[in-house]
Design a protein around this ligand. Structure first.
Ligand code: ADP
Ligand code: TRP
Length: 324
C-alpha cells in the first residue's frame, strides 16, 4: 500500500481556496493508500510568532480537517512538532544540501518580497519540508502547484544523501494538483489570506453572507446581459451548486434581467448548504470534549513509530549510534 503524505501550515483560518485547493483533494486521497497528514507548525514559526495564535490555529486546522471528512481511522493525523525527530533529520539533510539549491528557491524570494522576515528558518524551509517527506518513507506527496519546486528539492536532497551514504531514502513521487483551478477571492484575484479577500469555510452565517454580498462586480445594470466566463460569483457557484442550477445562472447571465445582488444571494445559499453537513460534524466534534486532542495524540504515536524506523536507518548510515 502506498503511503500518501501531505502537510498544511496552520497560519490562519481555512478559506474556500484552502478547502478546494488542498483539503478536499487530500481528504479524497485517504481512500487510496495509507495517509499521513500533518499540521506543519514548525514551518508556521517562520511567520506566526505568537504562542496563543499558534495554539489556536493548530486547534482550528485540526478541527476543520476532521469536520471536513478526514477519517482518523484511515489517516494518521498529527502535529509536526509532536514528532521532533523531524528537526534532527532536517539538520542531517542540511549538511548535504547545496547552498545553490536553496538560493534558487522561489518561495523564499516571494515571501521576503511580501514582507516575511528573512530568517535562517525561512531560508531552510525546503530542508525541513524534505525531512517531513523522507522521515516517513512517503511514496506520494499531493500538493498544489506552488509546492512543486519544494518537491523537486526534496528529491535532489534525497538523491544527494543516497549518493554519499548509500541507498537510505525512498524517492517520493510528487502528485501536483494541476487540475485544481485557482479559487478566486472577493476581489477576483487568487483567494489568499495575504490579500484579505477570503471567505472562511466555517464563518458564521451573518459574516459569510456579508462577505458574499460584498463580492466585487462590474456595474452592468440589472436588465443587461452579463459575461458568465469571467465572473467570480459563477466561479464560486460552480464549486458548490448542483450543475443544473449552475446552467440556469449561466443562462440568466447571458439573457440579462437578473442583477448581481440576486446571484450573490443564491451563491450564499449554495455555499451555506454545501458546508452544512461539515458544520454539523464540527459541532458534534466540539461537543465531544478531548476528541481532537485524542486524535492528534494517537496520530503522533503512530507517526513517531514510523519515524523511528527511518531515523534508525539514517543514523546508522551516517555513522552515529542507532536505536537510542
Ligand atoms: P494563503 O494563500 O491563504 O496563505 P496557503 O498558502 O497557506 O494559503 O495555502 C495552503 C494550501 O491551500 C496550498 O497548498 C494551496 O495550494 C491551497 N490554496 C490556497 N489558496 C488557494 C486558492 N485560492 N485556490 C486554490 N488553492 C489554494
Ligand atoms: N509547504 C507546504 C505549504 O505551504 C506545507 C508542507 C510542509 C508540506 N511540509 C510538507 C506539504 C510536506 C507536503 C509535504 O503548503
Amino acid at each position: 500500500m502506498k503511503r500518501i503524505l501531505t502537510g498544511i501550515q496552520p497560519t490562519g483560518t481555512l478559506h474556500l481556496g484552502n478547502y478546494f485547493g488542498a483539503m478536499k483533494p487530500a481528504i479524497a486521497l485517504q481512500h487510496e493508500g495509507e495517509a499521513f497528514y500533518f499540521i506543519a507548525d514548525y514551518h508556521a514559526l517562520t511567520t506566526v510568532q505568537d504562542p496563543q495564535k499558534l495554539r489556536d490555529y493548530n486547534r482550528g486546522v485540526a478541527l476543520d480537517f476532521l469536520a471536513c471528512g478526514l477519517d482518523p481511522a484511515r489517516a494518521c493525523f498529527f502535529l509536526q512538532s509532536d514528532v521532533p525527530q523531524v528537526t534532527e533529520l532536517a539538520w542531517i539533510l542540511s549538511t548535504v544540501t547545496p547552498m545553490g539549491l536553496l538560493e534558487r528557491a522561489h518561495s523564499y524570494k516571494d515571501k521576503v518580497a511580501h514582507g516575511v522576515p528573512a530568517s535562517h528558518g525561512l531560508f531552510a524551509y525546503p530542508v525541513l519540508m524534505a525531512a517531513d517527506i523522507l522521515l516517513y518513507d512517503s511514496d506520494v506527496v499531493p500538493v498544489g502547484k506552488d509546492q512543486k519546486q519544494h518537491l523537486e528539492m526534496t528529491r535532489d536532497i534525497a538523491g544527494k544523501f543516497n549518493e554519499i551514504y548509500g541507498d537510505t531514502f525512498k524517492m517520493p513521487e510528487p502528485r501536483i494538483q494541476e487540475s485544481t483551478a485557482v479559487v478566486p477571492g472577493l476581489d477576483g484575484q487568487k483567494m489568499s489570506k495575504s490579500y484579505s479577500n477570503t471567505i472562511e469555510i466555517f464563518a458564521e452565517e451573518k459574516a459569510m453572507k456579508k462577505k458574499v454580498m460584498g463580492l466585487v462586480t462590474d456595474s452592468t445594470p440589472v436588465e443587461s446581459p452579463k459575461d458568465p466566463t469571467d465572473s467570480t460569483i459563477l466561479a464560486l457557484y460552480r464549486l458548490v451548486a448542483p450543475p443544473e442550477n449552475v446552467a440556469t445562472m449561466e443562462d440568466e447571465y447571458r439573457t440579462g434581467g437578473v442583477g448581481y445582488g440576486d446571484f450573490k444571494k443564491r451563491l450564499f445559499a449554495a455555499l451555506w448548504e454545501y458546508f452544512a453537513p461539515m458544520r454539523a460534524r464540527r459541532e458534534e466534534i466540539l461537543s465531544e470534549k478531548g476528541y481532537v486532542d485524542d486524535v492528534l495524540a494517537h496520530g503522533a504515536r503512530q507517526a513517531r513509530s514510523a519515524a523511528g524506523h527511518v531515523m534508525h536507518r539514517v543514523r546508522e548510515a551516517i555513522g552515529m549510534r542507532a536505536g537510542i
